[in-house]
Design a binder for this molecule. Structure first.
Ligand code: TPP
Ligand code: MG
Length: 810
């Protein structure tokens, strides 16, 4: 990487300043947490918390990185509970306010864990759920490669420098399986420009970790093609090892169990001396080495692990002159420099006010000057400021980039067959997009965890190819073996084929869906998977939404409609996930013309960033956008021939429309979602024989109907008396005595709330138990979502005479 000059050697003057900044980061992070817990008045009297020990563990590493090694193009996922360090660093760089620090963990203050969306100081990647931020850096690196391989590596006529994607990783974080799933995928995809810096303090939340983990980590990383750098000894220790007797000291350190080392760190200099003398004190040279140091010097020496040694860190980071993925295992002490350093119970430990007073004195901070940026530092403020002014990391202007929106046509072309499933429709829509040459199609990137073909992405991939940094031909094609699928990899391919791990799909979508903000190049990611396996990656999906990544998730097949596949693959709860997941608008269309409308909307919606004109027609805040979840099915159903009017389009996007308007004498409305449309239609037909004016409500998005409804309720409570949601308008003319039968191939609670909108009686039908194998009619009968069940439900809640009359009798 020729553009980098962050060398391994540092001038003594710069090193001295970095040493002061390291103290400052430790002080500010500790003080921020202390202030939140002991000084600020908190309304509820609850402990606020924060992690002084976990932050202290990373103070040196983060000082070296942020004030020396990082370049503006580098991106970092910070270990969640080291958030106070990050905010302290940004505060020193003038990018975080004192106000936010004083309000750490408070309402609208600096966030407990770094948040892209909620913090105001340029967080690159949100973290919180351990393991996910780590994998995010790996996938972000792949996305950077994707963007560059597609020729989008210039900005204002200049080549955009390649960044490193860096994770600061807690050692116990490496217990999370998603990290290893990501590593394997990274190996397959030729990962580069990725650093994981492990804070190897040998402590987790509960206790001290097993012995020898570093060897497992080292072997694992090397197996996956990573370079590994182990920073075990600081420069003081290295110098001591060169003294006579030094080798014996090193051997003792190497053999010392983690628990014992931690306990001695906690106990301090006198304990170190006693233990060392007991163990190796009878060997002339090493005895003299120990005796030559006072207790505090001995303590400093034994605490001087690689991860707390600025020269060792600067050297290790500066030596990397290649783009291979690199893992740094940095030995650290949890709570370094604080009174509970090394104590196994220190994870949530907070310094007491008395301990803080001692710490304050040691840091030379005068009361009332705790937040002063240079208070207590042993360098002139102008020198410190001059140093901060030239910190490379802070030179690049705003880190949040912007990319123009790609225009989406109002209508997407698709040929609709008389009978079709939504999944087939999806394949056909993407095939049409792939055939064209639009800028829209160019920016679409698809991904799938080994279900590309079975989710109907095949035609798209045949036309647009698979992505890899190095081309790879399809041997079957070259050997002229007939196949439906052209499996050719190239730098310009537009499909990223993943192994089966759904976690990886979601984290990749999270990385692709932030490309506009990270790379300044917009991508329109579409990921496909089987609907039930959303649950497998759910936390990663939540994570992607939390950091406002933008993507379209296509989940198919779903529900009972993959009937012979059986209970293991039938999804029940996913429609409720679609409703409850913040940042994700869920749709479940029944017909392909609906899907075409929704997909066009989706491609536009994922690009919105709040700049659009505010429309409160539905109280959905559509101008802010978000991600999209489409729940599709493999069940072919008879399509409706109809003109797609602007009004119908809008209603489909808003979440529902009347397929058959309920007349004035209506007693029953059937409201359905998705693939059970034929059953709902058939049931209304059956009921028409002895009931008049049965209504049929098509619900394309329970999620959006529900969100609009609750938003309108809230708006009215706040005095906007005219606020009306789409579902309220749809149900406005349904007589009060009417019953509503709701039905979907998913959990009945998804639509059960419809009765609360206008006070109608509801009988919600759906699936509540694990599936059986069988044909679709058998299963729909078994679970009570076929036409007969709908009719029976209607009979039960609207038995032929007006409900008003029944009420009067009651
Ligand atoms: C997925 C998930 N599970 C549990 C937690 C709760 N948690 C927060 S930190 C932590 C232990 C972290 O230990 P380590 O990564 O070694 O960091 P250290 O505190 O030692 O710096 C746990 C279990 C979490 N944040 N995320
Ligand atoms: Mg740890």
């Amino acid at each position: 990487m020729p553009e980098r000059n962050d060398s391994p050697t540092i001038s003594p003057a710069d090193l001295a300043i970095l040493g002061e900044l390291e103290r400052k980061v430790l002080w500010l992070a500790s003080w921020t947490i202390h202030h939140a817990n002991h000084i600020r008045a908190n309304a509820d009297g609850l402990k606020v918390g924060g992690h002084q020990a976990s932050s202290a563990s990373l103070a040196t590493i983060m000082t070296a990185l942020y004030f020396r090694t990082l370049r503006p193009q580098d991106r970092v996922a910070v270990k969640p509970h080291a958030s106070p360090n990050f905010h302290a660093i940004q505060y020193l760089l003038g990018k975080q306010t004192r106000d936010k620090l004083q309000n750490f963990r408070g309402y609208q203050g600096a966030q407990s864990y770094p948040s892209r969306t909620k913090d105001s100081d340029d967080v690159d990647f949100s973290t919180g759920s351990v393991g996910l931020g780590v994998a995010q850096t790996l996938f972000s690196s792949l996305v950077q490669d994707y963007v560059r391989a597609h020729g989008w590596a210039e900005e204002n006529g200049k080549a955009r420098p390649e960044g490193r994607m860096i994770a600061l990783v807690g050692d116990a974080e490496l217990d999370e399986g998603n990290i290893f799933e990501a590593m394997l995928e990274g190996w397959k995809q030729g990962l580069r420009n990725c650093w994981w810096i492990v804070d190897y303090n040998r402590q987790s939340l509960d206790a001290v970790v097993r012995e020898g983990l570093w060897q497992r980590y080292e072997q694992l990383f090397r197996n996956f093609g990573w370079d590994v750098a182990i920073l075990k000894y600081g420069s003081l220790q290295q110098a001591a090892f060169r003294e006579p007797g030094g080798e014996a000291l090193r051997a003792w350190i190497d053999a010392c169990p983690n628990q014992l080392y931690s306990a001695l760190v906690f106990q301090g200099g006198a304990a170190w001396r006693k233990r060392l003398n007991d163990d190796i004190g009878d060997q002339g040279d090493v005895s003299r080495l120990i005796a030559a140091r006072a207790d505090d010097e001995l303590e400093r020496l034994m605490n001087n692990l690689g991860g707390h040694d600025l020269p060792a860190l600067i050297d290790a980071f500066g030596r990397i002159d290649h783009d291979r993925p690199t893992c740094f295992i940095c030995y650290t002490i949890k709570g370094y420099g604080l009174p509970f350093a090394g104590h196994k119970d220190n994870h949530a430990g907070l310094m007491t006010p008395a301990q803080m007073e001692t710490f304050r004195a040691a840091m030379d901070i005068r009361p009332g000057h705790e937040w002063d940026r240079f208070e207590g530092l042993r360098k002139a403020p102008e020198h410190l400021q001059a140093f901060l002014d030239q910190v490379p990391f802070a030179q690049g202007g705003p880190r949040r980039r912007k990319a123009p929106q790609v225009e989406v046509p109002g209508t997407l072309a698709v040929t609709i067959q008389p009978e079709m499933s939504t999944q087939t429709g999806f394949g056909a829509l993407l095939n049409e997009l792939a055939r064209g040459t639009s800028a829209l199609a160019e920016r679409i990137v698809t991904a799938s965890p080994d279900v590309t073909v079975s989710t109907n992405l095949g035609p798209w991939v045949n036309r647009r190819g698979l992505f890899a940094r190095e081309a790879l031909a399809d041997t079957f094609k070259n050997e002229r073996i007939p196949s439906f699928f052209n499996w050719e990899f190239s730098r310009t391919g537009q499909h990223i084929e993943l192994g089966i791990a759904e976690m990886n799909l979601f984290i990749l979508l999270s990385a692709l869906g932030l490309s506009h903000a990270i790379n300044g190049e917009r991508l329109l990611p579409i990921g496909t998977l089987y609907d039930p396996f959303i649950a497998r990656g759910l936390d990663a999906l939540n994570y992607a939404c939390y950091q406002d990544a933008r993507f379209i998730l296509v989940a198919t097949p779903s529900g009972l409609t993959l009937a012979p596949e059986g209970g293991a693959h039938q999804s029940i709860a996913e429609p409720l996930i679609g409703m409850a997941q913040d940042g994700l608008a869920a749709f479940e269309p029944a017909f392909v013309d609906e899907l075409a409308v929704i997909l066009a909307f989706a491609l536009d919606y994922i690009q919105k960033d709040g700049d659009g004109t505010e429309s409160e027609r539905n109280w959905l805040r559509d101008e802010t956008g978000g991600s999209i979840y489409l729940r599709l099915s493999t069940r072919p159903i008879e399509q409706i021939r109809r003109a797609m009017t602007a009004e119908l389009k809008q209603a489909i996007v808003d979440g529902g429309y009347w397929q058959r308007l309920p007349g004035p004498n209506c007693q029953v409305v059937v409201a359905y979602t998705g693939a059970v449309a034929p059953e709902a239609i058939q049931a209304t037909g059956l009921m028409a024989e002895d009931r008049r004016d049965v209504g049929l409500l098509a619900v394309t998005s329970a999620d959006r109907l529900n969100a609009g409804w609750t938003a309108a309720l809230r708006a009215r409570e706040r005095g906007l008396v005219h606020a009306r949601s789409h579902i309220e308008r749809l149900l406005a003319d349904v007589p009060g005595h009417c019953g509503i039968v709701t039905v979907l191939d998913g959990h009945p609670a998804t639509l059960a709330w419809l009765g609360a909108v206008g006070g109608h009686r509801v009988r919600p039908l759906g699936v509540e138990h694990f599936g059986q194998t069988g044909s679709i009619p058998e299963l729909y009968r078994h679970y009570g979502i076929d036409a007969n069940a709908i009719v029976a439900a209607a009979q039960a809640i609207a038995p032929g005479r007006p409900i008003r009359h029944l009420r009067a009798l009651g």
